[in-house]
Unconditional design. Structure first.
Length: 314
């Protein structure tokens, strides 16, 4: 897994190492790749995909994490701009607050490709690539109804209501589930997108609602947390589904614990982002629409073995 690089000192050292005279002569320049957290499987997969593709195209890279901190993100963007990067691949810290960050790069004539999270402004980033969370949420919800039936009690654990992607997934769930009047949501809680809060939320909910038939979750870590809680309570018949498609989810699917997930194509999205950035650097345009959606892949026990590091090997 890629190592997290310290904010200033280590970044400077990394640039010194990467940008030797010989390296600069041999490469097309440097692309900066900024994601949320390099110790998170999803973001690590994004970074890995972008890093590999950029190097294949002849670029040096610098990979950094902003920890979903807008201020740190701004510092890192200004830092890499000052170092003369050719472009930036960015999974931004906050959609609304990142408008100014991307505009700063645009004003310095450094092209930015956004992956995973969009911003609410067009014409600033050269591309905004995101997952089709409506499709992902709809497919999971349909599979959820198939598994638990059209009546009974269920719980929703959202992944992070401050994240537009998570909000869209929840809306997609309810576009399907709310069509069934006998299917009752007895609890809904924001589990912050992480395993431990997911387990804690499920522990609390089970005390009041011990007879639930299913738990639908906004992302994979939350789903795995719910499974851990249910196992501790001896409730192995409760259906749990989520969205993400990590290796841990794959393993849980193959063990029959997690019933379904939609794998988000993190590496594919990042690779496409680098390809578009390369086109822009070399030709002055991408030749494609700014906003693009990538479909997720429905994963069950039957096809889980094809998943590795958010890449689906057919």
């Amino acid at each position: 897994m890629l190592k997290k690089i310290a904010l200033v000192a280590a970044v400077a050292a990394s640039f010194a190492a990467v940008h030797s005279v010989d390296a600069l002569a041999a490469s097309k320049g440097t692309i900066a790749i900024l994601v949320n957290a390099l110790d998170n499987p999803y973001y690590a997969a994004e970074a890995r995909g972008a890093d590999t593709e950029a190097k294949k195209l002849g670029y040096d890279t610098i990979v950094l994490s902003h920890g979903e901190d807008v201020n740190k993100q701004n510092e890192l963007v200004n830092l890499v701009i000052g170092k003369g990067v050719k472009g930036i691949i960015l999974d931004n810290a906050d959609s609304n607050s990142s408008v100014a960050t991307v505009r700063t790069a645009q004003e310095k004539k450094v092209p930015v490709v956004l992956i995973n999270r969009e911003i609410p402004k067009d014409g600033i980033a050269i591309a905004q690539l995101s997952h089709n969370n409506l499709q992902a949420g709809t497919e999971v919800a349909q599979k959820f109804v198939e598994a638990i039936g059209e009546k009974g009690e269920y719980v929703e654990l959202t992944c992070n209501q401050a994240d537009k992607n998570c909000v869209t997934r929840s809306q997609a769930f309810h576009q399907v589930l709310d069509q069934y009047p006998d299917l009752k949501m007895v609890a809904r809680q924001d589990a912050k997108g992480a395993l431990l809060p997911g387990k804690q939320a499920m522990d609390s909910i089970l005390q009041e609602h011990p007879n639930i038939k299913g738990v639908i979750c906004g992302n994979g870590p939350v789903a795995l947390g719910a499974i851990a809680s249910l196992e501790s309570a001896g409730k192995k018949d409760v259906v749990v589904m989520g969205i993400d498609g990590s290796n841990d989810e794959r393993d849980s699917l193959m063990q029959g614990k997690l019933k379904a997930s939609v794998m988000l194509q993190a590496q594919g999205l990042a690779i496409h982002g680098v390809d578009l950035l390369n086109k822009y650097i070399t030709t002055g345009k991408t030749g494609e629409p700014e906003r693009q959606l990538t479909r997720g892949i429905l994963i069950t026990k039957d096809n889980a073995s094809h998943v590795k590091d958010f890449y689906y090997n057919k």
